[in-house]
Design a protein around this ligand. Structure first.
Ligand code: LMR
Length: 339
């Protein structure tokens, strides 16, 4: 009897204490597993850690976020399957990897030279067209919470890539989108889909001769150790979507959702402020390493690349429809050269 009274008292005290700390009495925290494939030092890695901190703070500890960097939980394709199955709650994959979800439209953003600078990329991601595409993801059980633009791609390889012909016969790692496959083929290269977590080894062992990425990834994954040349070509973008399992997100209590929405918004601002700067710093660090010869594409070379790759834009009209591509051109500000 005495023991029972003591137990009741302890429970009441714990509840008062929890209330005082703003935490729910005895409820287990909601676990959000956030899996990603980059280094904790890359912009996405840093934003994921900030999201954890903010989400736990703004939900008063009702949520615990576990961040798994560097493909330590899932690799590229597995993580999308895991999200749909509900084994992981948050990802921020490159939208060039959305094909396996059964949403082919996101591949359109890989059309070469579609978005050449940060302004055009952000203009595109903020455009009303994205609502149409978001709906397609929602139909697959995936809820897009934000878009994080990580900057312009550069090419790396074990040979210099100055003119389009330099790609001939090279095994080029691609992320997976059908447009990137067509780009590699148009250049006369052999496209290889390789998970990001296997990229270093693939380049080291010659499974691939080259790849394209943003400087912050090339730096934080040490790809400059296993590549000899880098061309600043800015032919494409690396855009992420912060995505969750729709059913899971919809099931969250309103106050938790509010806290998480705030954490998403602030992490997005942080990401936008970090990505461009990290790419500039990374390119300087790569140059300073002395391991890679860096070439900045001239305007003449760029025009030669565009001329070589415009057939991919035309070929993709049959995949996406001309109307859709025209709408994307308009939203992104891309003006196709007169042929
Ligand atoms: C890649 O696969 O090259 C990138 O998408 C990796 C990433 O998430 O930045």
């Amino acid at each position: 009897m005495k023991c029972l009274t003591f137990k009741r008292l302890a429970i009441a005290l714990a509840a008062i204490l929890a209330l005082a700390l703003g935490k729910p009495a005895f409820a287990d925290p909601i676990i959000i597993k956030f899996s990603h494939v980059v280094s904790p030092d890359a912009p996405k890695g840093k934003a994921a850690l900030l999201f954890k901190q903010l989400a736990e703070k703004y939900t008063n500890g009702k949520v615990t976020v576990e961040v798994y960097p560097n493909s330590s939980l899932y690799k590229d394709k597995e993580e999308l399957e895991a999200l749909q199955l509900g084994s992981v709650q948050l990802l921020a994959p490159s939208i060039s990897k959305f094909g396996p979800l059964g949403v082919k439209e996101f591949d359109v953003f890989d059309l070469p030279f579609l978005m050449t600078d940060d302004t055009h990329a952000r203009q595109m991601m903020a455009s009303p067209m994205m609502a149409e595409l978001n709906k397609k993801l929602e139909d697959k059980g995936v809820e897009p919470l934000a878009y994080w633009d990580n900057g312009a791609h550069v090419y790396t390889a074990n040979v210099p890539l100055i003119m389009p012909d330099d790609f001939r016969g090279l095994k080029m790692r691609i992320q997976g989108s059908k447009v990137l496959d067509a780009v590699a083929r148009e250049l006369g290269a052999i496209p290889q889909i390789i998970a990001f977590g296997e990229l270093y080894q693939a380049l080291q062992t010659g499974v691939a001769d080259g790849e394209d990425n943003v400087p912050s990834n090339i730096w934080t994954q040490k790809l400059y150790d296993v590549q000899k040349y880098l061309t600043v070509s800015h032919h494409g973008r690396l855009t992420y979507s912060l995505i969750t399992n729709k059913k899971f997100w919809d099931s969250l209590p309103a106050d938790v959702r509010q806290g998480l929405d705030r954490a998403v918004a602030e992490s997005t601002t942080f990401f936008d402020d970090t990505a461009a700067k990290d790419n500039v710093d990374a390119l300087e660090q790569i140059k300073a390493s002395g391991k890679v010869q860096v070439h900045v594409q001239t305007e003449t070379e760029k025009q030669a690349w565009i001329a070589k790759l415009m057939p991919v834009h035309r070929e993709m009209q049959s995949r996406f429809g001309k109307d859709f591509i025209d709408k994307i051109y308009k939203a992104s500000g891309f003006v196709p050269p007169q042929s």
